[in-house]
Design a protein around this ligand. Sequence first.
Ligand code: FAQ
Length: 333
Amino acid sequence: MYTQAMDTTAAGEAPKARRSAEEMQLQERFDARIDAGDFIEAKDWMPEHYRKTLVRQISQHAHSEIVGMLPEGNWISRAPTLKRKAILLAKVQDEGGHGLYLYAAAETLGTSRDQLFDALHTGRAKYSSIFNYPTLSWADMGTIGWLVDGAAIMNQVPICRCSYAPYARAMIRICREESFHQRQGFEALLTMMTKGTAAQKAMVQDAVNRWWWPSIMMFGPPDDESPNSAQSMRWGIKRVSNDELRQRFIDATVDQAKLLGVTLPDPDLKWNEARQSHDFGVIDWSEFKRVIAGDGPCNRERLAARVKAWNDGAWVRDAATAHANKQTMKEAA
Ligand code: FAQ
């Protein structure tokens, strides 16, 4: 049920048993362009598997952005000051915008937005595991900015060089905004840790304890259990592996945690001089698998919220379509 595979074969089209000489030539030219580090544009020829992989990854990414608005949206009305409310409102709006750029990038590959939403609403599409965890206190807002946006940037900066140009272009703007998101989160936590009461400091530590492991799971399964990585790296869709990005994130975050004065909840986390990196404890991959299979703490709630928003918005879509039709008829007359 929870697979993001999307059938891009046109209705009635029979699978080709043998590839034509022309197709093989196109394939060779495509491979050579990838090897040369060229960017592929929407109108360029591309293998079906490349197209399908991009639709899978970009739509999963788009869904993550709009589902990712839900855990934070929950706190807009409870932000402690007007300044924090304005920042959070702007951040959640940015996430909606990121979703729109990404849906538009996926549409350039020939899959309609209706198809993409249908896959999300019927549970066939994935979105990031991280957004299936609850936001229990105000400190969760700072922690999401610091850790979740921090992990998102680490993963997304290399995608600015993705071989598919419309995705790469969308990522450049998204990364700039994510960088602001990460910094506002860190600053919110720093304020609580330096000026807050003992109870507020404890609230930050509790949030970090709950979000740490899910954040490092965001990078996906270990490389040797990642079925898509080898091909995606070959095609330049992914530039850096899941494990390498996870390691870079952990290495970057340890010093930030020290600056904040919080403890990362991993007793095995320590500097390894020989590797010039941090060793860390065993990740509970059974939890990750459970969450991406639809059984995390908030999966049902998140999906229900998206389906409700879609149904509640039907009259807006109908009105916009009626208005557009009226304009077209007026212009034709
Ligand atoms: N959650 O073979 P791989 C954000 C699935 S945006 C759920 O390694 P791949 C902004 C994967 O789809 C966060 N599923 O897969 C924000 C595949 O299943 P499938 C989202 C996951 O694609 C911040 C299967 O496991 N970012 O946070 C996850 O090569 C704050 C096997 O895995 C992106 O989407 C997961 N964590 O690598 C918003 C970035 N990990 O499809 C609001 C772009 C893996 O075969 C607030 N995406 N799976 O059925 C990517 O870089 C890649 O798609 C990976 C996965 C690295 C996520």
